[in-house]
Design a protein. Structure first.
Length: 244
C-alpha cells in the first residue's frame, strides 16, 4: 500500500490504502470531537468557524481555529519535505517512513492526552491531530496521485456523486460502455473510503469511551504495523531486484 506510487498502483492497492488509513483517521476525528468538541481535519468547517469568530470580534477563539488550519497545512508541508528528501536519496519506502513518523508522533500525543493538565489537553490534542492529519493526507495524496484522500470525506463524497451521475448516463446509453469499468473502479474506491471513515468513526468513539487516550496509542500501533510491513516489503523487493 505504501510502496508503489502513481500509475504503478492498482485498484486493490488503492482500496486497501483507503480502507485502512481512512478508518484510522475517522476514528481519530470522531473520538476527538467526542472528547473535546473540535474537529482536527475538517478544514472547511474550521475555516468557516474562523470566519464567524473574526466577524464578531472573538479574537482568541479565532486564533485557535486559525491555529488548527495552520497546523494541518504545516503537517502537509512537513510530509512533503520528508518525501522529497527521501526520493532524492532513493529511499524506496519513504512513504512508509512518513506514516511511521506519524505513528510515533501519535503515540506521543496519546501519552500527552493521558497525562497533560486539563487546561493544556484540548489545544495540544486538537493541534497535534490536525498536524498529523495534514501529514497523513499529504502522504496518501502524493502516493496515489490524488486518487485517494483519507482524513476527510468532502472530496470523496463529491467524487462519488460525479461517478454516480456518470454511471447513470452509462446505464441510459448516453456514455460509452468503454467507460463502465473505469467508472466502477472509482465508485468502489470512493465508497470504500467513505464507509471506512464512517465505521472507523463509530468504533473510535466506542473505544475512546472505554479506554480514553489509549485509543491514540492503539491507533499508533496499527499505523506502525502498516508502515513496518511496507518497509519490509520494499526491502524485499529491492533485494530481489539486486539478485536479479
Amino acid at each position: 500500500m505504501l510502496v508503489r506510487q502513481g500509475s504503478h498502483r492498482n485498484e486493490k492497492i488503492d482500496r486497501g490504502l483507503a480502507a485502512s488509513l481512512a478508518a484510522i483517521a475517522g476514528a481519530l476525528n470522531a473520538s476527538a470531537f467526542y472528547a473535546v468538541g473540535f474537529f482536527s481535519a475538517n478544514m472547511t468547517g474550521n475555516v468557516s468557524t474562523l470566519s464567524d469568530h473574526l466577524a464578531v470580534g472573538q479574537w482568541l477563539s479565532a486564533l485557535f481555529y486559525g491555529g488548527i488550519v495552520v497546523a494541518f497545512v504545516f503537517g502537509a508541508a512537513v510530509s512533503t519535505l520528508i518525501v522529497n528528501e527521501g526520493r532524492r536519496r532513493n529511499v524506496h519506502a519513504i512513504y512508509a517512513y512518513s506514516i511511521l513518523t506519524e505513528a510515533l508522533l501519535l503515540a506521543i500525543l496519546g501519552c500527552a492526552d493521558l497525562w497533560l493538565l486539563t487546561e493544556w489537553r484540548v489545544p495540544v490534542l486538537i493541534l497535534g491531530l490536525a498536524f498529523l492529519m495534514g501529514l497523513q493526507n499529504a502522504v496518501v495524496t502524493r502516493i496515489s496521485d490524488a486518487r485517494v484522500r483519507t482524513t476527510h470525506v468532502s472530496g470523496m463524497a463529491t467524487d462519488l456523486g460525479i461517478e454516480l451521475g456518470i454511471a447513470f448516463d452509462i446505464l441510459c446509453g448516453r456514455e460509452s460502455l468503454a467507460e463502465a469499468r473505469h467508472n466502477l473502479i472509482k465508485l468502489r474506491l470512493h465508497f470504500y473510503t467513505i464507509a471506512a471513515f464512517l465505521i472507523g468513526g463509530v468504533l473510535g468513539v466506542i473505544v475512546y469511551r472505554a479506554v480514553g487516550g489509549y485509543l491514540l496509542i492503539l491507533a499508533a500501533v496499527v499505523l506502525m504495523v502498516i508502515a513496518l510491513e511496507a518497509i519490509w516489503r520494499a526491502r524485499a523487493m529491492l533485494t530481489a531486484r539486486t539478485k536479479a
